[in-house]
Design a protein around this ligand. Sequence first.
Ligand SMILES: *Cc1c(COP(=O)(O)O)cnc(C)c1O
Ligand SMILES: [Zn+2]
Length: 419
Amino acid sequence: MSERILSLRCRACGATTPIAAQHACDECFGPLEVAYDYAEIARRVSRSAIEAGPPSIWRYRDLLPLDDGLEPITLGEGLSPLVHARNLGELLGLRHLYLKNDTQNPTGSFKDRVVSVAASWARGHGFDTIACASTGNLANAVAAYAAHAGLHAVVVIPADLEAAKIAATAVYGPTLVRVTGTYDDANRLGSELVDEVPWAFCNINVRPFYSEGSKTLTYETVEQLGWRLPDEIVIPIASGSQFVKADKAIRELVEIGLVDGPARTRLTGAQAAGCGPVAAAFRTGQPVTPVRSPETVARSLAIGNPSDGEDVIRAARRTGGVVESAGDEEILDSVELLARTEGIFAETAGGVTVSVLRRLAAQGRWRGDETVVAYITGHGLKTAEALDGRGGLDEPIAPSLRAFAERYGLAHAAPVPHG
Ligand SMILES: *Cc1c(COP(=O)(O)O)cnc(C)c1O
Ligand SMILES: [Zn+2]
């Protein structure tokens, strides 16, 4: 059996280096990508073998950078529902709108995919501590997966993150380091620590392996569409990694013959206006300029200096996609709209994605028969506090039929809710 995982290859200059816990090219500091032998992978995979695999991201194991023979660390992440959004689609004039509901992951966000891969690789390569700098969701996932695997976890977060995200990290018992400052400040500390301590930092030294986990969101989408590529995917952008990996995933599926090419899927990005450096650069045609003080309810996307920003713009332009942004009020409205039309409670990042869908639909981007998929990447309970003060609740009533009838009447149809 020949080798499936070849090396790390620089996305910028193409230089290769052996597989190791390293994320930047020795030649040019460009990001390193895992390079595979696709002929070997094509020999191993088939649609039916994947469909017969485990109900998690690990059904795509042959396309992930975990050496054969190493055990994955898994909590059942992935294979989340692809929901045909008939009600929201009708509002937007899209008959084939689908939502990839990644709120349905073990810790409630798509980060479980990437951490499962990173933690598995790290343990398999001798690390006993996994670490990260995080805007929240990564912290939840690192802490949970480390607990499950019996590894140590060190998590660095901005001190003022949403209370629910802090609680949903602390409960797993990691070393939880709260820093005064933004995510970018937390990440800078991580980058300094990684040179001093023998830890696997998911989004730093083991980032090439970590980020490969993002591909599974797109593999699954294509599988769930009956092995068809959608016409467009709308993807929220923080560092831009997930976006870049959607592009890689589609090219791989064509390369290994699981779907017919050429790929025509447009890749479209969504950011919050209060931290939208990639959307701004897409609009102006200028290089991505870091945002120093992110100011948005979409905290999980609030990366002011997105490492894959330029690659996102290139992939968006090459595929015919766009990168759009939306303001906070719009984001919160969209969280409610999504919940009320489709029964899916997304975190504010999901509101960003739905807002961009609405904007593009209003601009007349679609005829109506396109297959459009939106990635809903985190659960609403994580950011429930962002909805505080919206839509007042009815005053309580006495638990009597009379009090009920006085307030709501006794018509056979349900009363119309306030607001
Ligand atoms: C991390 C995250 C993303 C995307 O992150 P990238 O850094 O762009 O890969 C999207 N949605 C949520 C909820 C996230 O936590
Ligand atoms: Zn390079």
